[in-house]
Design a protein around this ligand. Structure first.
Ligand code: GLA
Ligand code: ZN
Length: 678
């Protein structure tokens, strides 16, 4: 299938808008339309959970309210992102067609209510969602306000009903060519009498039953991924047919692991995600939140190698963490600039107006219960609207990255499922460390998975690449052979894509040769327990935590650092192996950030990459977007303190964007930023 692609030509500034919650208060809706202008909005996302207002009784429809809203949106020159309503259903539907209701892994059928409570297979629900989507497409497909389709909302979860069990078995039959022997082999079911005699004996994983066959758990997650994709595609059928020119997206959650988000990417015209970093919990947490947010932005950009949308964010606070702090003044603008810097072409909010009741009544919104525009939050949103207006030349522009961090969904499933090592496993945390070391060099970084082509990179970090799939080992070898620098760590190359351990030594599939070593045993440390590494080069000592793998370098593999403690003191901890034109680094432990920062700096220098500031000051984020003629350097201060940085020679002819003054110095206030146009 051809990867679908769509880019906006101007930044979108919008919000989830729920006029259907205010139909009995027309004055409120009047106010909404008045306030769109001072808030600097050019878009609204409508209809996300509106099924009950579209179809209050079976086959009795009411679109009069939406007709009016759409017409008014068109008059106001607003772009409407129209949602399909499948995320939540009217009560009459669940009562009459209980097959829709999800069944938990304990095999208990849910009652009506909440959201995302539908079976992915239910034939009735598939028909019904197609039908309502078709009505929307017929009614609004040619409406001048319609800009984009927003399919459902934050797809998530799984269902274990009989329909899903049957579909799972059919999926397995197909994958294993109807061959039970093959399935039993790939799942290694000779252990604990786990062998199956026929596909009909197989049940989806459950804590009440089988959940220790790792190959089956992985297959279940893959099956849920395909079910989710299939449901998405089924929702899209009438939309693609009736409105082929209207782009389609669905809003993803950042780190939700229910299904492999990457597998849906080719079917989206543009990616969009809901970004809720945990700000205001202290200086260090702000810096960490900035790294986690930029990582997700970079990932959503890399999933289609094009700009993406921030479909939701809060202008102020959220309501679902234990502690829900306000964004400090200035943080909203800074986090908006960060999203744009990393490739976003929109800033949208959940939501336009605070609901009156239910769980989200205290969640942040552009308009408070107070109802007017003279609030701190409204004013900050309005300033963002103005700023985006001045930055339009950047909308739709590209990001060029020479470095990538590999963070693979299926690998993460396998790592979380393995029994052993230590908990928490720290896969994502370790990926963050490597990502941060690269970002601190002020270079753009893509976040890729095992299937992403590697040709355009000079540095690829692939921490904890425990499960090898999709020919990744071969591609990593080619990448290094052509001159790339590859960074591997402990726990690499242990299982194949069905979670069977490789025989003959780790890291397997030729990575032993590439890394120039064999990894033999994995020691782990408790939280708060440390070993150290000593560098061969200068005897500098760095702390190391959590994992200490025992590795045995072969001749020719250079040892960069040794362990200092425990029975493996003096043994190799970090190595570098020349591989044709490139090199493979192997980090057998989890060294403190400072060490990774200097190591990655050396690697970048070895690659001849130009680092404008060497290692950036702590808490500074730098990202570059590129149009055909200009480069835009976004320098952003999440450190919680003011920061002064030299203006590098290469940027001395740049101007400050969007004000167009000559760049003289880089002085960043707390939460400050500067954009340099070169
Ligand atoms: C998610 C949902 C929204 C809303 C927000 C609240 O992102 O998509 O409908 O519930 O959370 O933060
Ligand atoms: Zn089901």
């Amino acid at each position: 299938m051809k990867d679908r692609k769509f880019r906006v030509s101007e930044f979108i500034h919008g919000a989830d808008y729920n006029p259907d919650q205010w139909l009995d208060m027309p004055d409120i809706i009047e106010e909404d339309f008045r306030l769109l202008v001072p808030a600097g909005m050019n878009s609204a996302t409508i209809g996300i959970f509106s099924w009950n207002k579209f179809e209050p009784q079976e086959e009795q429809y009411n679109f009069a309210w939406l007709d009016q809203i759409m017409d008014r949106m068109a008059d106001a020159k607003m772009k409407v992102i129209l949602a399909t309503p499948s995320g939540a259903r009217p009560a009459w539907m669940d009562k009459k067609y209980p097959e829709i209701l999800r069944v938990s892994s304990e095999r208990v059928r849910n009652l009506h209510g909440i959201r995302h409570n539908h079976c992915w297979q239910s034939p009735y629900y598939r028909r019904k969602t197609q039908q309502i989507n078709q009505i929307l497409a017929e009614r609004y497909g040619k409406h001048p306000a319609l800009f984009m389709w927003h399919i459902s909302n934050e797809y998530q979860g799984e269902c274990h009903c009989d329909l899903c069990q049957k579909a799972f078995r059919d999926w397995l039959r197909k994958k294993y060519h109807n061959d039970m022997k093959l399935l039993n082999h790939e799942w290694c079911t000779d252990v604990w009498s786990h062998g199956f005699g026929s596909f009909d004996e197989i049940e989806s994983p459950s804590n009440r039953g089988e959940h220790l066959i790792h190959g089956m758990n992985l297959d279940w997650r893959r099956f849920v991924t395909e079910e989710t994709l299939d449901f998405f595609q089924s929702e899209c059928v009438p939309l693609r047919e009736l409105t082929p020119d209207i782009p389609i997206t669905t809003n993803f959650m950042g780190q939700n692991m229910d299904f492999n988000q990457w597998k849906l990417a080719p079917y989206m015209d543009i990616m969009s995600w809901d970004s809720y970093p945990e700000w205001s919990m202290g200086r260090q947490q702000d810096m960490d939140a900035a790294i986690e947010a930029s990582f997700c932005h970079d990932r959503f950009r890399s999933m289609k190698m094009q700009p993406f949308l921030v479909m939701e964010s809060t202008p102020s606070l959220i309501n679902w963490r234990t502690i829900n702090k306000l964004k400090r003044p200035g943080m909203h603008e800074l986090s908006v600039v960060q999203a744009i810097a990393h490739g976003a072409d929109s800033i949208q909010y959940f939501q336009w107006r605070k609901c009156r009741g239910e769980g989200e009544k205290l969640h942040g919104a552009v308009i408070d219960h107070y109802g007017k525009e003279d609030t701190r939050v409204f004013q900050e949103v309005s300033r963002v609207g103005e700023l985006l207006g001045k930055m339009q030349t950047i909308a739709g522009s590209d990001t060029d990255s020479k470095a990538a961090v590999l963070y693979d969904w299926e690998n993460s499933w396998a790592i979380e499922d393995l029994q052993g090592w230590r908990s928490p496993r720290l896969y994502l945390e370790t990926v963050y460390q490597h990502y941060k070391a690269l970002r601190k060099l002020g270079i753009n970084v893509d976040v890729i998975d095992e299937e992403t082509p590697l040709d355009k990179y000079r540095i690829v970090a692939a921490p904890m690449l425990y499960m090898l799939r999709s020919g990744i080992a071969e591609r990593l070898k080619q990448f290094a052979a052509k001159g790339g620098s590859l960074i591997l760590t402990y726990g690499t190359g242990e299982v194949n894509e069905n979670d069977l351990c490789y025989l003959g030594g780790f890291p397997a599939e030729g990575l032993m040769e590439l890394a120039g070593l064999r990894a033999e045993e994995m020691d782990v440390l408790c939280d708060g327990e440390y070993n150290e590494i000593r560098l061969s080069e200068n005897n500098k000592i760095y702390q190391a935590d959590s994992y200490c793998e025992l590795i045995y370098p072969k001749e020719g593999c250079e040892v960069l650092a040794f362990y200092t403690d425990d029975f493996y003191a003096g043994k190799a901890a970090v190595t570098r192996n020349q591989w044709k034109a490139g090199a493979c680094f192997y980090i057998a432990t989890r060294p403190e950030q400072k060490y990774l920062d200097t190591l990655y700096q050396q690697i970048a220098q070895e690659q001849g990459m130009e680092l404008l500031w060497g290692i950036l000051p702590e808490g500074i984020d730098l990202a570059v977007r590129r149009t055909e003629t200009e480069e835009y350097y976004f320098i952003m201060n999440f450190s919680g303190e003011s920061v002064q940085m030299p203006l590098p020679k290469q940027l001395q002819n740049s101007s400050v964007f969007p004000d167009d003054k000559a760049a003289k110095e880089i002085y960043l206030e707390k939460y400050g930023y500067i954009i340099l146009k070169d």
